[in-house]
Design a protein around this ligand. Structure first.
Ligand SMILES: C[S@@+](CC[C@H](N)C(=O)[O-])C[C@H]1O[C@@H](n2cnc3c(N)ncnc32)[C@H](O)[C@@H]1O
Length: 384
């Protein structure tokens, strides 16, 4: 397992570790895991996503679908053009949330132009100042004539948009609550400091919000009766986030792409150690308490909860399928030029052993009652 050998002296001078230690002390000696994850990823200046270090691609820690090449963006552009076709006579906007290196924005803008789709604004909601700068540089260099279409936001727009909201691997980067279910007892996982100054887990009474979520979603029924402690996570931020996206969208669609599955698969009795994954220099492991601030921390998405939140917030769940099926439905084969690059890209995007099966696409629509290209065949809505 990758581990930075952080000496005691370094530990004392690392501002993120100092911040987390202070929060632990001011929270009676233990921080909820979700608060720890929030600080590790998003603490201003020092959190993983707030720092200007490379994250995506070969020089970073992990690769996302848009970073592999342009096939994902070409398919997405085709899906967007179909949606826009159903919305004639509107000023159309795209809002991309958490735009990473800016690669998807570039490729999407270029491919929408090739498809002769005129959009009014391409909004990017980016919390990280470092990533915003990287996105600006990339778009200026790669598609300078389209730069003027792009507007950066630090929060959701105050006026409603008509068009499409896109979020690729955003839900899996949200802080999650971590819990243990054992012997009919729910406990919440907290983070504390051990005697050698490193971080360790401690179990405590669950917060009201976690207990409410666990009961409302009937997670005990999914997990069933086990002889061993069952560890998993719950994204309590997902539903309010979907509600906020729904308030932002006047007319159009929300396209979500992420690692995840239905609730029954997520809380399957055999998945007893949860779905937390960390990414550090292209190595994946499951210990978020090391390399703090230098590694990505993710948890898979319970898409059943996302679909429920959508239905409760005036959105229609219009489609849910594997990434491979979404791309095949959008005609990925037509875009493949059979170069080594494209062949490798298709292999990673569609193989069940890579992103093809575990990675999902979900479409939520508002005031748009049409069947969507990417979900025409192999729709897995029935699994939610
Ligand atoms: C794994 S990265 C994905 C980046 C990019 N979409 C890609 O596919 O390469 C996750 C991104 O989601 C952003 N993010 C997470 N929660 C967010 C939220 N509530 N609002 C806006 N961005 C968020 C993070 O800041 C980070 O940039």
């Amino acid at each position: 397992m990758p581990q930075d050998n952080i000496s005691l002296a370094e530990l004392k001078t690392d501002p993120l570790l100092e911040l987390i230690q202070t929060k632990i002390h001011t929270s009676s000696g233990a921080l909820k895991f979700s608060d720890f994850m929030q600080l590790a990823l998003y603490a201003p200046s020092y959190g993983y996503y707030s720092k200007p270090t490379p994250k995506f691609g070969a020089s970073g820690d992990f690769i996302t679908a848009p970073e592999l090449g342009n096939l994902f963006a070409k398919c997405l552009a085709k899906q967007c053009s179909e949606i826009f076709h159903y919305m004639p006579n509107s000023d159309l906007d795209i809002l991309e949330i958490g735009a990473g290196s800016g690669q998807l924005a570039c490729d999407l803008l270029v491919n929408l132009q090739l498809l002769k789709i005129e959009i009014k604004n391409y909004f990017i909601l980016e919390l990280s100042a470092g990533l915003r700068l990287q996105q600006q540089q990339k778009i200026k260099t790669k598609c300078p004539d389209l730069y003027s279409k792009v507007t950066w936001l630090e929060q959701l727009p105050l006026t409603k948009i008509t068009g499409i909201i896109i979020a690729n691997e955003v839900l899996d980067a949200m802080p999650v609550s971590k819990f243990q279910w054992y012997d009919n007892c729910l406990q919440e996982v907290y983070v504390t400091q051990s005697l050698d100054n490193s971080f360790e887990y401690v179990l405590k009474k669950p917060s009201e919000s976690l207990q409410h979520y666990f009961d409302a979603k009937q997670l005990a029924n999914c997990i069933g009766t086990l002889d061993l402690p069952y560890i998993s996570e719950a994204n309590l931020w997902g539903a309010p986030w979907i509600a906020s996206l729904s308030r932002t969208l006047q007319h159009g669609a929300i396209l979500l792409f992420d690692y995840g599955f239905s609730r029954n698969e997520y809380y399957h009795p055999q998945r007893s150690t949860g779905t937390l994954m960390c990414h550090y220099k292209h190595l994946s492991h499951s210990d978020p308490l090391i390399n703090v601030g230098s590694q990505d921390i993710t948890a898979h998405v319970d898409f059943t909860s996302i679909a429920e939140a959508a239905s409760e917030n005036k959105l229609t769940v219009a489609g849910y399928t594997n990434l491979a099926y979404f791309l095949i439905n959008c005609g990925i084969a037509d875009f493949c030029e059979h170069t080594l690059q494209h062949n490798q890209e298709i292999q990673i995007l569609t193989s069940p052993a890579e992103m093809g099966e575990l990675f999902k696409a979900m479409a939520l629509t508002k005031n748009l009652h049409v069947s969507l290209l990417g979900f025409n065949q192999f729709d897995k809505l029935y699994t939610l």
